[in-house]
Design a protein around this ligand. Structure first.
Ligand SMILES: Nc1ncnc2c1ncn2[C@@H]1O[C@H](COP(=O)(O)OP(=O)(O)OP(=O)(O)O)[C@@H](O)[C@H]1O
Ligand SMILES: O=P(O)(O)OC[C@H]1O[C@H](OP(=O)(O)OP(=O)(O)O)[C@H](O)[C@@H]1O
Ligand SMILES: O=C(O)c1cccnc1
Length: 474
């Protein structure tokens, strides 16, 4: 499914890679992907995109036309170009599983390899992980708001281009959507393809009733009728009722109606009343029209009798918060086997990076599935109680705490690159639901969620301080 994306990088990555190749050929680098701010003022991001990262890494090469193009830039020497022409990826990846809720500053993915290689990977890895994690996070919010009612993903026409539609749909399923109208994504990822009809179908016939009858003739067992082309209550629902009764008489089960404009609560309540009065209580009502995680609860709070939702633009573009600014930061180098933790110091303390090779642990109340905090540790630390930790958010009071009772589970694991990553989207969705259920409910609400605590171990905090002090002295 994934094409070779080796050239999807920023020019400066090639320029640094060329320099690293010449100047530091024996040095390996360790980069972390993490983010600092959660879209929509949420408290976590749902990680997604790892399967596509693995696809890219498994087929990472430069063809003759790529090399000719790079040669034409007249920036790179023959030795580097020959290395790229014969590129053999020598990287290892550690990552959280897709569907894992992750918090600010926690590495989602760590890659280690020759410096020139890992530098080249920055752009494409961020592109994939930032996009899919953003849409999975938005889908989690929207499906949370839908409170168990199925969400159909309808966004292909509004997505920012084909890739955003295809991989955005994949991410929407990871975040909780049930089906998609996007046929390419449905086929590629094994997602149920779903849909109703457009206004054009109704407009094209001499009358709404003729349009509905004809639809029912084509698709007698899949007749979902769009009832708002002319007047939902005066014609749309009454005409749908006539056709549904005809379907029932012919031994078919009518599916439902879709309302795509107007005051959805008012229209759905009155439509439900008409359908029930006609003896059609099983006919479902779908709502669409610029819905999101704020409109849906408003509709449900008013008692709108809605069975499912069709959601396009606000989901596929995450329009209320359209950027996940995950970053790719050098955490360590390794030369002749010697590991050297690295730090990026910033004037704003919250942007100073966490050095070294790390592992994030989710901490549970002993013997339970109730997570109460995460802790970022150095990968070779033993996480046993009592454990001295410090809040990872430098803007909170920097108090040292000793944790005495917890079960700890590591979030990251090595990712094999000799095989495709698990990519069954509904298995990932189920995993995401399990991991979400472990988090405190206050962390999951849509408005002003409670902050979930992420600690760093005292050892990691000390290392960060030591490197900051050294950087100041240099
Ligand atoms: N009861 C309601 N409470 C809150 N928001 C609602 C309610 N009913 C509908 N909405 C939302 O209000 C917005 C109305 O959009 P819009 O101004 O496009 O009106 P419209 O009737 O759909 O017009 P059009 O025919 O052009 O689509 C949509 O985002 C819709 O989801
Ligand atoms: O509003 P969204 O969340 O993006 O949901 C998808 C929208 O796409 C369709 O409208 P469109 O006007 O493109 O076509 P239609 O109304 O003729 O189906 C559909 O009717 C929805 O309103
Ligand atoms: O099937 C539908 O109803 C549909 C599909 C895409 C966009 N809007 C609606």
């Amino acid at each position: 499914m994934m094409r070779n994306l080796a050239m999807l990088t920023d020019l400066y990555e090639f320029s640094m890679a060329g320099g690293f190749h010449r100047e530091l050929p024996k040095t390996r680098g360790v980069f972390d992907i993490f983010y600092r701010n959660v879209p929509d003022h949420g408290s976590f991001v749902v990680a997604a995109g790892l399967a596509q990262v693995v696809d890219v890494l498994r087929d990472f090469h430069f063809d003759a036309s790529d090399i000719a193009y790079l040669r034409g830039l007249k920036l790179y020497d023959d030795d580097f170009l020959a290395y790229l022409a014969d590129f053999k990826l020598d990287c290892t990846v550690t990552a959280v599983a897709e569907g894992t809720p992750v918090f600010p500053r926690e590495p989602l993915l760590t890659v280690e390899g020759p410096l020139d290689q890992v530098q080249l990977l920055e752009t494409v890895l961020l592109n994939i992980v930032n996009h899919q994690s953003l849409i999975a996070t938005k889908a989690r919010r929207i499906t949370f708001a839908a409170a168990g009612r199925p969400v159909m993903e309808f966004g292909a026409r509004r997505a920012q281009g084909p890739d955003a539609a295809i991989y955005g749909t994949r991410a929407a399923i990871i975040g909780g959507a049930a089906s998609t109208s996007n046929v390419l994504a449905a086929k590629a990822f094994g997602i149920p393809a779903a849909g109703t009809m457009a206004h054009s179908w109704v407009e094209a016939f001499p009358s709404e009733l003729a349009a509905f009858r004809s639809w029912a003739k084509q698709y007698p067992d899949n007749a979902a009728l769009l009832v708002d082309t002319y007047d939902v209550l005066a014609s749309g629902v009454p005409n749908a009722i006539i056709v549904f009764k005809e379907l029932l008489a012919a031994g078919h089960k009518p599916v439902g109606i879709r309302i795509d404009s107007g005051d959805i609560t008012k229209l759905a309540k009155l439509a439900r009343r008409q359908l029930d009065a006609a003896g059609l209580p099983d006919v479902k009502i779908t709502a669409s029209n610029a819905l999101d995680e704020y409109v849906i609860p408003a509709l449900l709070a008013e008692g709108a009798p809605l069975d499912n939702f069709g959601i396009g633009e606000k989901l596929i573009t995450s329009s209320s918060s359209p950027v996940l600014s995950g970053v790719y930061k050098l955490a360590a180098t390794r030369t002749n086997g010697v590991l050297k933790p690295k730090i990026k110091v910033s004037a704003s303390i919250e942007k100073t990076t966490l050095p070294g090779i790390k592992q994030t642990y989710r901490l549970y109340r002993p013997g339970s599935c109730e997570a109460f905090a995460d802790v970022i540790a150095l990968a070779d630390e033993q996480l046993t109680a009592p454990l001295a930790v410090v809040n990872s958010n430098p803007l909170t009071t920097h108090k040292r705490i000793v944790l005495t009772a917890f079960d700890a589970q590591p979030l990251s694991a090595p990712v094999p690159l000799d095989q495709p990553a698990p990519s069954k989207v509904f298995a990932i969705q189920r995993f995401a639901k399990t991991k979400l259920a472990e988090l405190p409910s206050e962390t999951q609400r849509l408005v002003n969620p409670d902050t979930y605590t992420v600690y760093v171990t005292q050892q990691l905090a000390d290392l960060q301080q030591q490197l900051m002090d050294e950087a100041k002295r240099d």
